[in-house]
Design a protein around this ligand. Structure first.
Ligand SMILES: CC(C)(COP(=O)([O-])OP(=O)([O-])OC[C@H]1O[C@@H](n2cnc3c(N)ncnc32)[C@H](O)[C@@H]1OP(=O)([O-])[O-])[C@@H](O)C(=O)NCCC(=O)NCCSC(=O)C[C@@](C)(O)CC(=O)[O-]
Length: 300
């Protein structure tokens, strides 16, 4: 077994986890979540999105959240920016790292960001230029890497091509999103192989939604392929507004439990993480989506 020695978790709960919630969530609750996550030892937290409030109303208060969080040295606080308007709003909010997001499926690209894949990549070029001028790092996402809610199967080569374009334009890392959570461990390994033929393996991130209960298996399959960066969402919160029925990301607590069991240290405090996850679930009036959190709570 040839597993990575170090794994980095990208906590997407405050963004991916909350973006699909229909009920209002106060800025104070979002800020508290981010602060509790940084206190638990997460080194990267995706705080919000600078997208159209008509498209994703829940992310409308992202600038206020950025203004109120306690920023800790060494913690990256990221945000999604689909276009220059979003990038400029992010810069005004003091964001130091952004993410651009493309898709491997044309239909999803249209539904999610209202343009084709190639138009989206063109939109990112000025963002990359402006980011360089501001000293802002840019992460890339590709959605629908293991299936599309509108087109069905997606060929690994299609994903690899989009990932390669994002990497070539200057994204320091490309996160591969199984948006609808249909991927399996076998398909994940084939996907990583195809993508690693185009960009360095250590620049690939895994972003697995758990709709079919396969996310943790897909994380493990990716680890076996040498992937060492995973996006996860505390308490398994989330879903995508443009992927009906898709559930949240793999729960951060569950990934941490897996990594701890493999002897891979992340510096994250499980107890504090569970408290953060449960608190936001209480705010939302939702059951906790982390199996580990539920098991720990039941055993107390
Ligand atoms: C990309 C657009 C804006 C195109 O939307 P559009 O309607 O084509 O944009 P437009 O440029 O024609 O502008 C229309 C209106 O939107 C405004 N606008 C334009 N841009 C912005 C902006 N940045 N911030 C705020 N407002 C903006 C603009 O000012 C204008 O306002 P109006 O004049 O009508 O009042 C829209 O489609 C959008 O916001 N989409 C967001 C979709 C989204 O956030 N999806 C969820 C995140 S992706 C995801 O979850 C997947 C991921 C990353 O987690 C990985 C995975 O699991 O696969």
């Amino acid at each position: 077994m040839n597993l990575p020695q170090h794994v980095r978790l990208v906590e997407v709960g405050p963004r991916d986890g909350l973006q699909n919630e229909k009920q209002p969530i106060s800025v104070a609750d979002k800020v508290r979540l981010v602060d509790e996550l940084s206190a638990a030892g997460l080194g990267y937290i995706e705080v919000g999105s600078f997208v159209s409030p008509k498209w994703v109303p829940q992310m409308a208060g992202s600038a206020e959240v950025f203004a109120q969080i306690q920023r800790h040295a060494g913690v990256v606080y990221g945000a999604l920016t689909p276009n220059m308007q979003g990038f400029e709003a992010a810069v005004a909010a003091g964001v130091k790292e952004v993410a651009v997001f493309a898709a491997a499926s044309e239909a999803f690209s249209q539904k999610n960001i209202n343009c084709s894949i190639s138009e989206s990549l063109q939109r990112f070029v000025p963002i990359m230029d402006a980011a360089r001028q501001h000293g802002i790092s840019v992460r890339g996402y590709v959605s629908c890497v293991l299936g599309c809610p509108y087109e069905g199967d997606v060929a690994p080569q299609q994903v690899a091509d989009v990932a390669a374009e994002l990497f070539a334009m200057g994204c320091y890392e490309v996160s591969l999103g199984d948006t609808i959570g249909t991927g399996t461990a076998g398909a994940t390994r084939r996907l990583i192989e195809a993508t690693a033929a185009k960009i360095p393996r250590e620049k690939i991130g895994g972003h697995f939604h758990d709709t079919y209960g396969q996310a943790l298996a897909n994380v493990y399959a990716s680890l076996l392929e040498g992937v060492s960066v995973f996006d996860s969402s505390v308490a398994g919160l989330g879903g995508c507004p443009y992927a009906k029925g898709a559930t949240g990301n793999v729960a951060t607590e569950d990934v941490l439990y897996l990594l701890n069991g493999l002897g891979i240290d992340t510096g994250i405090d499980m107890d504090r993480l569970i408290v953060a996850g449960q608190r936001i679930c209480d705010v939302l009036g939702k059951a906790n989506g982390s199996r580990v959190a539920r098991a720990r709570q039941a055993s107390r």
